[in-house]
Ligand binder design. Structure first.
Ligand code: NAP
Length: 285
């Protein structure tokens, strides 16, 4: 039976560290502030934003919400981002995705100042990740790396398979595993013989967005299985991309959903916000 990788436990240790750093900054007269932009009435976005704000408050980070109506125009949103880019008090800017249809997400991401881009979605920050020289890491992959480190899971020389190639999860995940000397394969919807590839994985990361997609026959005995998925099953219950009940009988380590990758994503956002505040105030990390 696999050992559970406890995202709540690991994220609490990251949050404790963030709270300590915020306290030290406050004592130097530096406050840490995150602007959280939410556009429209997407209920999932509202939940994510509330969770992020709550996490900020718990660690002493000031979060300021900018809730814009569903019909917000590109001009209005870009004007707000410009204002926040130029506001010295704002250290980090997060614009919750997805955005309503009339808004161009690529343009919005590009408008956020790279120094305040705590989600690390801006092309300048993704470029830094490619060359292995970065300030901010995208929250979900960085959170996964933190969990692997916490559980002393060796990456060097291991076969790492990432299912999914999105800009926010799959691609940066692959890059971070590569930087730690994993031998990395990225799979996607056009990959042939997927199960043959995943069965070779020592570390398997599923970022597909399909409930119970990874079944036990796709997993090698003793593999480390990281489940990024956040899906609803037929009963409306939150579940991952991995068939946890069956796969946990074969894996050596596995992340549950909920309580695995999700809490780490938020913890990394807090960490990035502190990094941004330090950099903007000329304080070394
Ligand atoms: P995404 O942009 O929809 O990407 C999904 C990826 O899965 C794509 O690359 C797609 O391939 C691939 N895929 C789809 N069907 C496949 C198949 N049959 N075989 C192999 N690959 C397949 O999703 P995302 O933003 O990366 O998110 C993935 C999941 O993680 C979602 O459930 C999301 O809610 C969750 N998530 C969780 C967190 C967290 O904090 N826990 C954070 C972010 C995302 P193509 O590129 O070929 O289309």
């Amino acid at each position: 039976m696999a050992k559970i990788i406890d995202g709540k436990l690991v994220s609490q240790s990251v949050r404790d560290d963030v709270a300590l750093q915020v306290k030290e900054l406050n004592e130097k007269g530096v406050s840490v502030e995150l602007a959280v932009i939410i556009v429209g009435n997407n209920p999932a976005s509202r939940t994510y934003v509330n969770n992020k704000k709550k996490a900020c408050e718990a660690t002493g980070i000031v979060s300021v919400e900018y809730a814009l109506p569903e019909e917000t125009t590109m001009t209005e949103l870009l004007a707000l981002i410009e204002k926040l880019n130029n506001d010295n008090k704002t250290n980090g800017i997060l614009c919750q995705l997805p955005l309503p249809k009339q808004l161009d997400e690529k343009m919005v991401i590009a408008a956020i100042s790279p120094e305040k881009d705590v989600d690390a979605f801006h092309a300048i920050n993704t470029g830094h990740i490619m060359i292995g020289d970065y300030s901010f890491l995208p929250c979900t992959p960085a959170g996964i790396m933190e969990m692997l480190k916490y559980y002393n899971i060796e990456i060097e020389g291991k076969n790492c398979v990432v299912i999914g190639r999105s800009n926010i999860v799959g691609k940066p995940m692959a890059m971070l595993l590569l930087q730690k000397n994993g031998t990395v394969t990225i799979c996607h919807s056009k990959t042939k013989n997927l199960a043959e590839i995943t069965r070779k994985a020592d570390i398997l990361v599923a970022a597909v967005g399909k409930a119970y997609f990874v079944t036990a026959d796709m997993v090698k005995d003793g593999a480390v299985v990281i489940d990024v998925g956040m899906n609803r099953n037929a009963e409306g219950k939150l579940c991952g991309d991995v068939d946890f009940d069956e796969v946990s009988k074969k894996a050596s380590y596995i992340t549950p959903v909920p309580g695995g990758v999700g809490p780490m994503t938020i913890a990394t956002l807090l960490k990035n916000t502190v990094t941004a505040a330090k950099q903007q105030n000329g304080i070394e990390s």
